[in-house]
Design a protein around this ligand. Structure first.
Ligand code: 5AD
Ligand code: SF4
Ligand code: FES
Length: 368
């Protein structure tokens, strides 16, 4: 196992079979894997942790994914839609908390037409924020117009690359259209984020290994990986769900194969483990997405039970996560956190000349 880990660290290559072996390895090997992912993370993207302020602006969804609490047939959730002014207000607050990126996330909600989204994106962009969208499957035209209005990045998890499983768990949706969306986003110049659920009923280690190879073949800029957590108000409520351990193994292997991608320590990880996000940051992650949604909306955006921070304010979460990051000897990054295609050479550069450092900062700010 150690040989495989070293090979991955040096060459960024593992076969599907090798990945599956590492996913099944004993705990001692897993510790080596986590240490390797932590090393690669430090060498490639440094000790800075990028914070992305998450705005969950609508929990209304036209889709019916079997695992998800926001599925349209779940009548237990109280649905909400924020008005554009309210979304904008949260973006203004995100700037106040010092976030450089906002993530606008919702169910697939056709209420938010281009006529609503375009002016909203332009106004948020004018605040100087990088904008990440997470709105699900849209037409290429819509993606193009969001991009022209200021969106920089887009998150769309593949969920699983196993076509039969995907189409069973996401009724009415197709893996082919999911791939079409990711392709369109890439061609339109977005930074593209994808990812998967770990521990879906019927999912195998071979299938998770294929997911990791998919992230690599897409050259994903961001990869969000989370354990599947059964939600009692869904058809999968009685299933077993994923584990924190396996989800972090998938994440650590993703770091080895995509060394300079941005990888979040996900909220679902912390739902399963009280130090989940911090441990994830020590197993390959370099991003956290604190919630800036306020009040009852937090609770109502109920993908799965046990979601953290539902009774906390955005200001509290900002302080909380900063303290935890600093407690492990890391720091909150101050730039917008676009993907670095070059390994982190910040310190070497400062030693040579201050000017290179400055111009690097500018080019990050101008990435549009
Ligand atoms: N457990 C964990 N994650 C979930 N998601 C949806 N339902 C669940 C669940 N029960 C994730 C999906 C989706 C993201 C917004 O939330 O991966 O892409
Ligand atoms: Fe809707 Fe996304 Fe939930 Fe599927 S996973 S039901 S698309 S919010
Ligand atoms: Fe929300 Fe710690 S991040 S309470």
């Amino acid at each position: 196992m150690e040989k495989l880990i070293n090979q991955a660290e040096e060459t960024q290559t593992l076969s599907q079979e090798e990945l599956a072996q590492l996913l099944a390895a004993d705990e001692a090997a897993a510790e080596k894997l986590f240490a390797a992912a932590d090393r690669v993370r430090r060498q490639q993207v440094g000790d800075g942790v990028h914070l992305r302020g998450l705005i969950e602006f609508s929990n209304t969804c036209r889709q019916n994914c079997l695992y998800c609490g926001l599925r349209r047939d779940n009548h237990q959730v109280q649905r909400y839609r924020m008005e554009p002014e309210e979304i904008y207000g949260l973006a203004v607050k995100a700037v106040g908390y010092g976030y450089k990126t906002v993530v606008l996330q919702s169910g697939e909600d056709p209420y938010y037409t281009l006529e609503i989204m375009e002016p909203l994106l332009r106004r948020i962009k004018a605040l100087g924020l990088a904008i990440t969208l997470s709105l699900g499957e849209k037409s290429r035209e819509e993606y193009a117009r969001y991009r022209a209005a200021g969106a920089d990045r887009y998150l769309l998890r593949i969920e699983t690359t196993d076509q039969a499983l995907y189409e069973r768990l996401d009724p009415g949706m197709s893996l082919a259209n999911r791939l079409r969306c990711l392709q369109d986003l890439r061609e339109l110049g977005y930074e593209v984020g994808t990812g998967c659920l770990v521990g879906l009923p019927g999912q195998t280690l071979a299938s998770l290994a294929a997911d990791i190879l998919f992230f690599q073949s897409l050259d994903a800029d961001m990869v969000g990986i989370g354990p599947f957590i059964p939600n009692a108000d869904t058809p999968l409520g009685q299933e077993t769900g994923g584990t924190f351990e396996l989800a972090t193994r998938v994440m650590a292997l993703t770091r080895l194969l995509l060394p300079n991608s941005n990888i979040p320590a996900t909220t679902a990880m912390e739902t399963l483990h009280p130090q989940g996000r911090i441990l994830a940051l020590q197993r390959g992650a370099n991003v956290v997405m604190p919630n800036v949604t306020e009040g009852d909306y937090r609770r109502q955006y109920a993908l799965y039970p046990g979601k953290i921070c539902v009774n906390d304010t955005p200001a509290h979460c900002r302080g909380c996560i900063t303290g935890k990051i600093q407690a492990i000897g890391r720091h909150v990054a101050t730039d917008a956190g676009f993907r670095r295609k070059e390994p982190e050479r910040r310190f070497a550069q400062i030693e040579r000349t201050g000017i290179e450092q400055e111009s690097r900062g500018e080019s990050e700010g101008m990435h549009e």
